[in-house]
Design a protein around this ligand. Structure first.
Ligand code: CA
Length: 224
């Protein structure tokens, strides 16, 4: 899951980024509304968090512009304490939920999970490809009923491959969604992690789920 955080208060931004990374999100942070808009337009996020009071462009204006451009990624707004009008403006502008500062990280996470559940629509939080299953809420992974233990990066990589099952995923896409990086040096790391995943997911099974697509990247499952 990739998330954009737009918050000008550095301490809150880094608190959010740290916590979200621990929760297996790939996190991008912007410190003003213009930078936030730029990132929101060029990247595909699963969810976005905007503070309302921001330099250059406020969270409400960002929300309105994105919705006008048919970018319907769920947005959680952060508002100052008791600013009731902010909340109303925020929701009218197309935000999906709001949270009043100060908030606990647990509360934020709960709200995000609801938003993510809503957008994955009626699809369940459990991703399935063949006999492989990944639960996006509990982080449990199993193949043929047998539990598989993955570390954070392995989980994020597998989740990304499963969300795009049957489609070729380039190393660039993987580095952006799973690592937040765009460097060529990432390709080595990705190949190493694919090898780790293969060992855990495919080893011992006749049917291999992770395929290398030469010159293009990787694919999980059967082509669609
Ligand atoms: Ca602010």
């Amino acid at each position: 899951m990739r998330i954009l955080v737009v918050e000008d208060e550095k301490s809150i931004a880094s608190f959010l980024a740290r916590g979200l990374k621990e929760e297996k999100f790939a996190v991008d942070v912007a410190y003003d509304g213009e930078e936030g808009m730029y990132l929101a337009e060029i990247n595909a996020y699963d969810v976005m968090i905007f503070d309302i009071m921001l330099p250059k462009k406020d969270g409400i204006a960002m929300c309105q512009e994105l919705r006008a451009r048919k970018i319907n990624t769920p947005i959680l707004m952060l508002t100052a304490r008791n600013a009731v009008e902010d909340k109303i403006d925020g929701l009218n502008s197309g935000a999906d939920d709001y949270l009043t500062k100060p908030f606990s990280f647990g509360e934020l996470l709960a709200r995000l999970r609801v938003l993510l559940k809503r957008t994955t629509g009626n699809k369940t939080s459990v991703l399935k490809v063949d006999d492989l299953q990944l639960n996006q809420l509990t982080y449990e992974v199993q193949r043929d009923g047998r539990p598989i233990k993955l570390n954070t990066k392995e989980f994020m990589l597998l989740q990304y491959l499963m969300l795009n099952a049957g489609h070729v995923i380039s190393r660039t896409m993987i580095s952006e969604h799973v690592w937040n990086e765009e460097f060529d040096s990432m390709t080595n790391i990705i190949d190493v992690y694919i090898a780790y995943l293969r060992r855990k997911i495919d080893k011992g099974f006749r049917k291999k789920l992770i395929r290398t697509v030469r010159g293009a990247g990787y694919m999980l499952g059967t082509p669609q």
